[in-house]
Design a protein around this ligand. Structure first.
Ligand code: COA
Length: 150
């Protein structure tokens, strides 16, 4: 089941995030982000256990995906795809027409997920990440309100 998460889920978010990234975000960082009205976090889980999440920030008709992660034990089961699709539907209803994000050029799994969902490269920041990899700026235009979700 996919549900909207509030600051009350900050601890669970930090725990899954910590299993997804070398440099994880703390519970306090998630809580402060989730207290902002511009933030939208969706989670997918089972019986109260969070398997994956996506966190985005909405400003006017744009949304930026700040982070997305699926617990390593739950990967390749469609969780990331479901979260991304739900996020698109959610923000589209809020009037968002463009979604963008940054991803490391060596992150093949995430790049494949975004490519499959219609994201295209619009920029590159050389040696942006701590491991020396470049950041790719990707973006997707969402279909109009009332049309098939993108
Ligand atoms: C990227 C991530 C969220 C994908 O989550 P997931 O639940 O495993 O993804 P899904 O099972 O929904 O896969 C959807 C599609 O993404 C692509 N994909 C996902 N993992 C992939 C992998 N390891 N290799 C190649 N393609 C992959 C495929 O196109 C896949 O479709 P398919 O299964 O029909 O081939 C997950 O790997 C993750 O949490 N990675 C660590 C955190 C991270 O890097 N986040 C992105 C930061 S920008």
């Amino acid at each position: 089941m996919i549900e909207r998460l509030t600051a009350a889920s900050a601890r669970r978010l930090a725990a899954v995030h910590g299993r997804c990234f070398d440099h994880s975000w703390s519970e306090a960082e998630f809580a402060s982000l989730l207290h902002l009205s511009s933030s939208i976090a969706l989670g997918k889980g089972d019986a109260g256990i969070l398997h994956g999440f996506v966190l985005a920030r909405v400003a006017a008709d744009e949304a930026e995906i700040l982070t997305i992660g699926v617990d390593p034990d739950q990967r390749r089961g469609g969780c990331g795809q479901a979260l991304l699709k739900s996020l698109h539907e959610y923000v589209r209803k809020q009037g968002v027409v463009r979604v963008f994000l940054e991803v490391s050029d060596v992150n093949t799994a995430a790049r494949a997920l975004y490519e499959r969902n219609g994201y295209t490269e619009t920029g590159r920041r050389a040696r942006y990440y701590r491991d020396g990899s470049d950041a790719l700026v990707l973006e997707k235009t969402l279909s109009g309100r009332g049309q098939t979700p993108g």
